[in-house]
Design a protein around this ligand. Sequence first.
Ligand code: F6R
Length: 636
Amino acid sequence: MQKISYEAPGKFQESKFEKIHCLTFKSAIDGSKLVAREIANSIKSKKNKPFILGLATGSSPIGVYKELVRIHKTEKLSFKNVITFNLDEYYNISKDEPQSYSAFMNNHLFSQIDIPKKNINIPNGKTKENDIIDYCKDYEKKIIDCGGIDFQLLGIGRTAHIGFNEPGSNKNSVTRLIALDSITRLDAANEFNGLSMVPEKAITMGIGTIMNAKRIVLLAWGHTKSNIVSRTIEGEISSSAPATFLQNHQNTTFVLDEEASADLTKFKTPWLVKEFTWNDALKKKAIVWLSKKLNKPVLKLTQRDYNKNGLASLIANQGNVYDLNIWIFNELQKTITGWPGGKPYHDDSNRPERANPPKKKVLIFSPHPDDDVISMGGTYARLIDQGHEVHVAYQTSGNIAVSDEEAIKFLDVMDSFAEPNPKGIKIKDLKNQLINKKNDEADPKKIMKLKGLIRKNECIAAGRFLKLPEKNLHFLNLPFYETGFIKKNEPTKNDINITVDLINKIKPHQIFAAGDLADPHGTHRICLDILFNAIQLLKNKNYMKNCWMWLYRGAWEEWEIEDIEMAIPMSPAQVLQKRNSILFHQSQKDKVMFQGNDEREFWLRAEERNKKTAKLYNKLGLAEYEAIEGFKRFYF
Ligand code: F6R
C-alpha cells in the first residue's frame, strides 16, 4: 500500500494521543488547496491510465472542488482519464432535484471540467426498492473492476459518519441502503428548507468499501466538528463512531482548520503533550482546567495537584504555587463587574471597562431580532439603567423563523379588527396564499414583510419593557438574508455599507456583537464577518480609536471561563427581568421553527447557561452569584 504521500506545510505537531495522521491549517481555503494539489498530482502521475477518484458532497469538499476547477482552467489539468465514484445519494430523490448529490456534483465540479459523462458514478437515488440490493452489488463490483479507488475524499458528520455510514455500521459493510440518523437529518435541514423535507434514507458506500481505498483524505472545518474530530482521532475504535475505523487505514490524513482541531489534546491541553513557552492565556487555561478537573477552588490547589496533573513545568517556569493561585484568583476576580459601561469616577485600572467617558454611546448588534436579549439581556438592562445611550441594531429581519401559523394568527387579528382594512391589503388573499403554500416554496414578498414585522414589533415591545425608546432600535434588514429560504445569499458590499453607515452615525464608545458561531444556519458568522469588514473600513476614524468591542455568546453556546474578560453578574430579580424580555419574542417560543440540536427554548438555554457560568465562577472559588453573562473583548 502506498504510504502517506506528502508532508504538508501545515501546522503538524506529533502527539501521542493521535491515532490518525492529521494536519491543521489556518483556514479551510489553505487546507483545500493542498488537498486539490495532491489530487491533481496523483491524476498526472497516472499518465494516461485511469485514476479512480472517490468523491464526497456536503459543505466540506466545496473548496477542494473550486481549486480543482481552477487548476483545470489555468493549468490545463485534464480529467479525461478520471473515473469518479461518489460516496452516497439521498433516497428517494431524483438526480434533477436541486438537493440531490448528483446536482451538487454537477454544480461544483463536473459541469466545469472535461470529465466524460460515462466516467461519472453516483448512486441512483431513484432505484426501485426491489432492485436496490442488486444495484448496490453492481456499484461495488464496478469499483473493483476499475481496480479499486486510488484516492477517496471524505467529510465527517456530527454522528461520526463517513459516507452515510451512521453509528452501528459494520466495519465490513458495503454499498447499501441506510436510514439516516436524526442528527444527520437535522444538519441537512438547511439544504432542504426544513427538517420534515429531509429524506429518511440514503444509498451509501460501506465502511469496507471506503477502507479499500488506497489513499483517504478526510476534510473537517469549523468548530461544530471539533468534538467528533477529536473523538475519531484520539478515541477508541467503535462502530458507534464509524469514522474511528479509519484508525486502521494505513494511508489516511485528516485535513483540518484550527476550529475543527480545537478539541485535540495538543491544542486543548497542550501541557500534556509537549514542552512550550507559557503565556498568561495558557496559564489561565491550564489552572482553570486543573481546578475544574479536581473540583477544587483555585486557592486550594497544591503543588502536588500541579505536579500530578502534568503542570510541573508551569511551576518550574512561573515561580511557586502560592503566587500562581493568587494570580489566577485576581485575574478571575478582575473580570467581574456590575458596570458593563465602566464605573464612572472610579479607578478603572483593575476593571474590564474604562470609566471614561462616564456616559457612553453603546451599539449592540443582534444578528436575529432576539439575540440581544437572549445573550445579553441582563447587561443590556444595566447599560440603560446606568444612563448610557444604548442603541440596538437588528442585523437581519429573521422573517424565515416565523411560522405560517403565527403569521395567520396576526392576519386574523388584522382581519377582525378592520374590514375592509384601510391600506387596502387583501388580508384574506394573503391568508389563502399561506394556507396553500407548498412546503418547498418561499414566502411571497408581502408575507416575508409581515413575518419581518412580527419580529420587529416583538423587539419594540422588549425594548419598551427595558425602557429603550423605539428611535434607538435600528432594523438593518441586511439584504443577504432576504432569500425566503434557510440558505442565504453571499453577503455583498451593500450589507457592509448599511453597517458602516449606522456605526458612522452613532459613533459608539462600545460595540457589542454576537461571537457565537455555532448557530446552525450560519447567520451569526455572516453577520460578524460583515461587522468586521465594516470595522476594517472605519477603524482609522478618530471615534473608532476610542471604541471597544465586546463579543457575547448565549443563544447557541457559551464562552469558556478562561475566555471571559468581562463577567456581568445578575441578581435573581435581574434574571427574571431578562427572562421576561426574551418572552416578548413570542414567535420564537414553544414550537420554535429552527431550534438547532438544543431542545430547550431560548429563554431557558440563556438562563441555564448564565447560571452555569455563575456556578463555575463559584466553584473556582469566587463569589456566588445567581447568574453571569460573559463577554470577550475583540481588539481591532
Ligand atoms: C457526503 C457524505 C457525508 C458528509 C458529511 C459531512 O457525500 O458522505 O459523509 O461528508 O455529512 O457533511 P458536511 O461537509 O456538509 O459537514
